[in-house]
Ligand binder design. Sequence first.
Ligand code: SF4
Ligand code: F3S
Ligand code: FES
Length: 248
Amino acid sequence: MGYKAKFRIWRGEGGEGKLEDFVVEVNEGEVVLDVIHRLQATQTPDLAVRWNCKAGKCGSCSVEINGRPRLGCMTRMSTFEEDETITVTPMRTFPVIKDLVTDVSFNYKKAREIPSFTPPDNVKPGEYRMQQIDVERSQEFRKCIECFMCNNVCHVIRDHEENKPAFAGPRFLMRIAELDMHPYDVADRKDSAQEEHGLGYCNITKCCTEVCPEHIKITDNALIPMKERVVDRKYDPLVWLGNKIFKR
Ligand code: SF4
Ligand code: F3S
Ligand code: FES
């Protein structure tokens, strides 16, 4: 059965904007993105929203719904009361381009700062042999759809613009952890994770894990093990002695 829903949507551009109220028809089985599309079709043709797959796989439609980061295409209207006002705002950590569309280029910049997979010189493509357990370990991280909701919700940059240059965010710290776990990757990921990508800023609040639509255990399976490996390296007595001798 259809009904009329109350929507409150953030509208604006150029650093200015406000919440606008709408009443819009909802049909059974619809998701929030369907309702936004109906608004575009019937009341606000210039309402900007980013989307692509409508199947929870492209990571484009990330917004904040009632203050919580969510994919618009995967958030069923049936999760809300019919008389509830549903507030949709852009992701807060990134600058707004227009309405619900944010400029997520911060994330692409961070991605480029991470050196790609670096195999040893003496192993040619096609000669890699991995244990199944190593394959499975990083499989989870490869489910990432780059919706950037984890980076959006992490307080290190959500509330502190000044931390952005020094912090890659959970998505890319997870990428570093994934590469560090790879048995054929020979790049030094541990020092750079700490010194260049801000692993130490993460104080394990786990908000990133909570919002991940792919249910990746970002904190428990990527960030904490990475922190442990960094600490092992730093306080390993042999490494400490080696550093002392070679830095003299
Ligand atoms: Fe999105 Fe999860 Fe990937 Fe973060 S780790 S970008 S929340 S899919
Ligand atoms: Fe941020 Fe996730 Fe760490 S939310 S503080 S990166 S556990
Ligand atoms: Fe692709 Fe929502 S439109 S994840």
